[in-house]
Write a protein that binds this ligand. Structure first.
Ligand code: PIN
Length: 489
């Protein structure tokens, strides 16, 4: 069983001064991408330093760790827990000593990590000692680099090795790695599913470069955007701050994961040229248009978002529908996101712990609750009940994304197919199940329109959770194994 590393945040920096504080700060604005563990690896000449542990960024590193993380080159990672894999062993970055000493961190999921693991063991004679597919990816990269390696270090060899990674690895991966004494490597899978953006800023000897899952890290640290990495693109920034670039010859159309826009990314990020906040605003407008088309004579008194992400869409809906918008659910900001926790029991309990209804906003009103998505439906069901308990006359529910009927295999953690509330159900059946008086789902074409309007050059998005159509060639066996693996969540 191999665990993936979905929903993580990555960052890499090359500068002419110490990068420890910038990496730390950058990770704090990527924290929403994963709260299970955090790690930083830096490099000073050919010495590598690393600290990684379970916990939030603020809790993992103390002053002494920061002092130990020396050097002008480094990478960082925040990790989301997956089925059974929430041990320190799976915290990133991962390290291999040969060639050169490489530390690597990744966001995404390989869909062929089982066969790769076997290949690594039998053909490449490499030992993988954790269940993480990041360790698999790192060892593939290291092996490919040894295979192409000339007698001395050449940048071109790095790019050849990454081509080898693309040829062997299937799935979604955005990667940062440092090669001790030489520089920072970053690359993105051939579909560009997971995000990765490059920024630069002037320093006293030229430029400092930063790569990150989200542009918010560039904003925070004062970097200007160079561009998002293209599908299959790799870059190498040497210790002198020189940028080297290479494209994979078999790259495919950019197909970013649409879930980054639905709820995963911060609203103040721009992913593949699309302003996330504006995409969410358009999702709200599209959903309002659907209501105007299909339910013009609605009797909605008030629109109430289920915080946080859906607020943006819900406000736009209220404006377009000319309805009141009210904050009716008060979030306790001191507990973690529901979606991020492990196990159904914890998840169920935490909804009431997390959100408290303001009775006065519900009493004697017909309310439209808005969420970004309905996955298991457990939150939705409880909130509908809370609304009723608070005296709502009618409880309607709107989802800014379409019914989720298929598992995500590219790095967004989703439950088994059978635990997805919309699996095998039509809208009315889901509506009954969550106990609402009416349920309105965004249509897929409207969601795609809302996101694509931010960057018309993007021809398609990764939307498999809605369609069951996957970008990579995954067989039935993969899904059977996935069901088994996720059984325990
Ligand atoms: C909202 C994230 N969003 C809320 C994640 C709940 C589905 N859930 C997906 C809705 S935020 S359920 O980013 O934390 O603000 O359908 O599985 O119950």
């Amino acid at each position: 069983m191999v665990y993936n590393c979905p929903m993580c945040g990555i960052i890499g920096i090359v500068d002419n001064i110490s990068v420890n504080q910038s990496l730390f700060d950058g990770l704090t604005v990527l924290q929403h991408r994963g709260q299970d563990s955090a790690g930083i690896a830096t490099c000073n000449d050919s010495n590598l330093f690393q600290k990684k542990a379970k916990g939030l960024v603020n809790d993992v590193f103390d002053v002494n760790d920061m002092l130990d993380l020396k050097g002008n080159l480094g990478i960082g990672h925040v990790r989301y827990p997956t089925a059974g894999s929430h041990g320190t062993d799976e915290a990133q970055p991962f390290y291999v000593n040969s060639p050169y000493g490489i530390a690597l961190a990744h966001n995404g999921n390989l869909d062929n990590s089982e066969p790769l693991r076997e290949e690594l063991s039998i053909n490449d004679r490499r030992h993988i000692h954790t269940q993480s597919d990041t360790e698999v990816l790192l060892n593939i990269f290291a092996h490919e680099l040894i295979n192409v390696n000339s007698s001395s270090f050449k940048v071109d060899d790095i790019f050849k090795a990454i081509n080898g990674v693309h040829n062997r690895c299937s799935g979604a991966y955005a990667v940062v790695a440092l090669i001790a004494g030489y520089g920072l490597v970053a690359f993105r899978d051939i579909h560009g599913i997971r995000p990765l953006i490059l920024g630069k800023k002037k320093n006293s000897s030229g430029f400092s470069y930063l790569v990150s899952s989200e542009s918010v890290a560039l904003d925070l640290l004062g970097y200007e955007t160079v561009r998002d990495l293209e599908p299959g693109e790799s870059i190498f920034i040497d210790t002198n701050g020189k940028l080297h670039e290479s494209l994979y010859s078999n790259k495919l159309d950019l197909s970013p994961c649409i879930f980054e826009y639905v709820y995963f990314s911060r609203p103040d990020s721009i992913i593949d040229g699309i302003n996330v906040q504006e995409a969410r605003m358009r999702m709200g407008k599209q959903l309002a248009n659907k209501i105007l088309r299909e339910w013009a004579d609605n009797d909605i008194d008030v629109i109430i978002p289920i915080p946080d992400t859906s607020r943006t869409a819900a406000l736009e809906m209220a404006i377009r529908l000319n309805k009141n918008y009210r904050e009716g659910l008060i979030k306790n900001r001191y507990i973690g996101r529901t979606f991020i926790m492990q196990g159904q029991a914890v998840r169920k309990k935490s909804v009431r712990h997390k959100l408290n209804p303001l009775v006065s906003e519900f009493k004697d009103k017909n309310v439209l609750l808005v969420d970004d998505s309905i996955v298991r439906g457990t939150t939705s069901k409880e909130i509908v009940q809370m609304a009723r308990d608070s005296g709502a006359k009618k409880v309607y529910f709107a989802s800014a994304s379409p019914p989720i009927r298929f598992p995500n295999i590219y790095g967004i953690d989703m439950p088994n197919k059978k635990d997805l509330i919309a699996n095998g159900k039509n809208t009315n059946e889901v509506c009954d199940e969550i106990g609402a008086d009416k349920l309105i789902y965004q249509d897929l074409e409207d969601l795609v329109y809302a996101v694509k309007a931010g960057n018309k050059d993007i021809k398609k998005f990764e939307t498999s959770v809605f369609t069951g159509e996957y970008l990579t060639d995954v067989g039935d066996k993969y899904f059977q194994d996935l069901e088994k693996k996720r059984h325990s969540t």
